[in-house]
Design a protein around this ligand. Structure first.
Ligand code: GTP
Ligand code: SPV
Ligand code: MN
Length: 621
């Protein structure tokens, strides 16, 4: 569709201003059709950026390799530009909005030269539902358009809902690599031709990347990266950073949470959400196949939950996304059968290995690679691996290689996954990668205790972030550290206010889980994946006030025999997984008191300090 045909005057004006600034060669309004998707793939194949996979192995699939500097979210280059610094808080990078806009406008000037500007109208949440939010992203990346087609609902239906004056979140995106017209002097005279990407993933150097949010004006400006959460602006930027601000103002919750449907052998259903930091197991838990007979798990969402209260006083969750942008390495038929089926057709792969027979490959895919050679994520030919492992630093697939797959292709997608009413939530899970101290599962004594425990969650940093802290434990409250669009102290307050304003008996129960405890040989003690169903079953029962439990200084734990042991987990292992490590927790509490809570200054709710004192007293008793 052409720009002139846009009926929304404000939107048209906004795009025209962007065109004047970024000076693309052409402008296209996206219609969300299959033909458009196919054309985006074709354009990137012709530019040497994409490789179509063998249709007999992966029909309708394509592989991209990004620039080695552009492989994950860039937290150091992510900004919350609220008017006041104190509104962004100590855990966000802040710049005054006017200054940031000035810097970025200079970068956007002429940044789309030689490229097409795509205007993507998208809906987070089912189109037209009360709970959905509309965004319009302009981008110069056909890769981004194709991914947005899968991850969100794109096109004319969205423009219809927007009408002539509807509200949308304006999102600027440019990869920051204009294409020049080159002039060549030859014997035949001067010849001009247009520069092409020619196989080189377009992006800007790190110091010029900016992922910026303007919470007061509800705008997103992204420059210099084409990867994942930096570039697919409906996801972390809109559905979390901007939505968290809306949620605070309007009394709801926008969280970095999976949503799953759990059915017990009696056919009773409960819906559970879970917040774990990036690459800590949300997609896997959302799609798990229980090893416990008679139980089933179905998926509503794998990364983001928007939750609002219903007239019955219960909290209802929707998944604002339409696809999965999942971590590829470690995904295999054993660990996540359903994700493997979801991405076996019509999917996009980024930074995976390419086998001789035109298929993708990654570490821990479950088998070696066929043939003699494989092409790694950097485009280099390497000997085809016999086993599915590689030494650290020499991976064939980047550790943050991803698949983009339509949610509707997932065999275990719940029938209600697009229900605009959402699903009523019985339990919240929080967790992270903690090799020590934190037990397998621990129920909060009440809402306030749960908020306290959520506020101190820690996890090892994973490859989902470009950072020199990878592998180190950092505090990641509510798994929202990089995604909260305002002061984290106010965010804690918002959670406490929600608890105080609603009938606690109808609120979800809060649990903390840790699948990542390690023994002295650095091996995981708990087998994880499908075996996590044993923990889910205990949680299910606890929601009904059942399930054998013991009250401890840190929370409510299962008794030694409450969770049936899976193969390979000894009685001693189970005791270790469920032990209250008093000394470890004392250190934990001391660290929170000294290094974590002081960051929030007088914005730290007094209730959380009281919780800290109380747990310390219980540990010392
Ligand atoms: P984002 O998409 O970054 O938000 O990540 P996510 O939270 O959805 O993580 P995901 O489920 O993709 O898992 C990331 C990595 O953790 C993969 O390599 C998984 O194989 C691994 N993993 C997931 N669940 C478990 C588990 O129960 N135990 C162990 N040991 N590893 C797990
Ligand atoms: C995460 O990092 O939590 C992700 C991947 O889900 S990204 O979309 O890149 O943010
Ligand atoms: Mn995520």
């Amino acid at each position: 569709m052409k720009l002139e045909d846009l009926k929304h005057a404000g939107l048209k004006k906004w795009v025209q201003e962007a065109v004047a600034l970024m000076t693309p060669d052409a402008v296209e309004v996206c219609d969300g059709t299959q033909a458009e998707y196919d054309r985006m793939i074709k354009i990137t194949v012709e530019a040497g950026l994409a490789t179509p996979l063998n249709p007999e192995k992966k029909p309708g699939c394509v592989l991209y390799r990004s620039d080695p500097s552009d492989v994950a979210r860039v937290e150091n280059r992510t900004f919350i530009a609220s008017e006041k610094e104190s509104d962004a808080g100590p855990t966000n990078h802040w710049t005054p909005p006017a200054e940031l806009k000035k810097t970025m406008s200079a970068l956007y000037k002429g940044s789309m030269k030689g490229r097409t500007m795509y205007v993507i109208p998208f809906s987070m949440g089912p189109v037209g539902s009360d709970i959905a939010k509309i965004g319009v992203q302009i981008t110069d990346s056909a890769y981004v358009v194709a991914n947005m087609h899968i991850m969100t609902r794109v096109g004319m239906k969205v423009l219809e809902v927007l009408g002539e004056d509807g509200i949308y979140v304006p999102c600027f995106h440019s990869v920051g690599k204009p294409l020049d017209t080159l002039t060549l002097d030859s014997r035949e005279g001067k010849r001009s031709f247009k520069e092409i990407d020619n196989g080189k993933w377009p992006c800007a150097p790190m110091e010029k990347k900016y992922i910026s949010h303007f919470p007061e004006t509800r705008e997103i400006w992204s420059y210099g990266s084409g990867y994942g959460g930096n570039a697919l602006l409906g996801k972390k930027c809109l559905a979390l950073r901007i939505a968290s601000v809306l949620a605070r103002d309007e009394g709801w919750l926008a969280e970095h949470m999976l949503i799953l449907k759990l059915t017990n052998p009696q056919g009773e259903v409960k819906y559970v959400t879970g917040a774990f930091p990036s690459a800590c197991g949300k997609t896997n838990l959302a799609m798990l196949i229980p090893t416990l007979p008679g139980w089933t798990v179905e998926t509503v969402g794998d990364d983001i939950a928007w939750m609002k209260f219903g007239a019955d006083g219960r909290l209802y969750a929707i998944n604002p996304e339409a696809g999965f942008f999942g971590v590829a390495p470690g995904t295999n038929d054993e660990s996540n059968y359903n994700a493997m089926r979801a991405c076996e057709k019509n999917s996009i792969f980024t930074n995976c290995g390419l086998t001789e027979d035109g298929d993708i490959w990654w570490e821990m895919i479950g088998h070696g690679a066929p043939g003699k050679e494989i092409i790694d994520w950097k485009g280099n030919k390497r000997p085809a691996p016999q086993k599915d492992k590689s030494p650290k630093g020499e991976e064939i697939a980047h550790p943050n290689a991803r698949f983009t797959a339509p949610a509707k292709q997932c065999p275990c997608i719940a029938k209600e996954w697009e229900d605009p009413k959402g699903v009523p939530i019985s339990a919240f899970l929080f967790g992270g990668r903690r090799p020590k101290t934190v037990p397998l599962v621990n129920q909060a004594k009440d809402w306030e205790h749960g908020v306290f425990m959520g506020s101190i969650v820690g996890s090892e940093v994973t490859a989902a972030i470009i950072s020199d802290q990878v592998g180190q434990v950092r505090r990641d409250p509510f798994a929202m550290l990089p995604f909260c669009g305002y002061h984290m102290g106010d965010y804690f307050k918002h959670w406490l206010t929600i608890g105080a304003a609603h009938d606690e008996s109808k609120l979800p129960k809060i649990f903390f889980v840790n699948w990542f405890r390690k023994n002295s040989d650095d091996k995981f003690i708990w087998p994880g994946y499908g075996e996590n169903s044993r923990v889910l079953a205990w949680i299910f029962d606890r929601c009904d006030g059942k399930g054998k439990s013991v009250d401890t200084p840190i929370g409510i734990l299962p008794t030694a025999d409450a969770i049936e042991r899976p193969d390979g987990v000894s009685e001693a292992d189970m005791a270790e997984l469920l032990k209250v490590d008093v000394e470890g927790w004392k250190k934990e509490i001391a660290d929170v008191r000294k290094n974590h809570y002081p960051k929030f200054g007088d914005k730290l709710p007094k209730e959380l300090h009281a919780q800290l004192d109380a747990i310390e007293q219980r540990l010392n008793a």
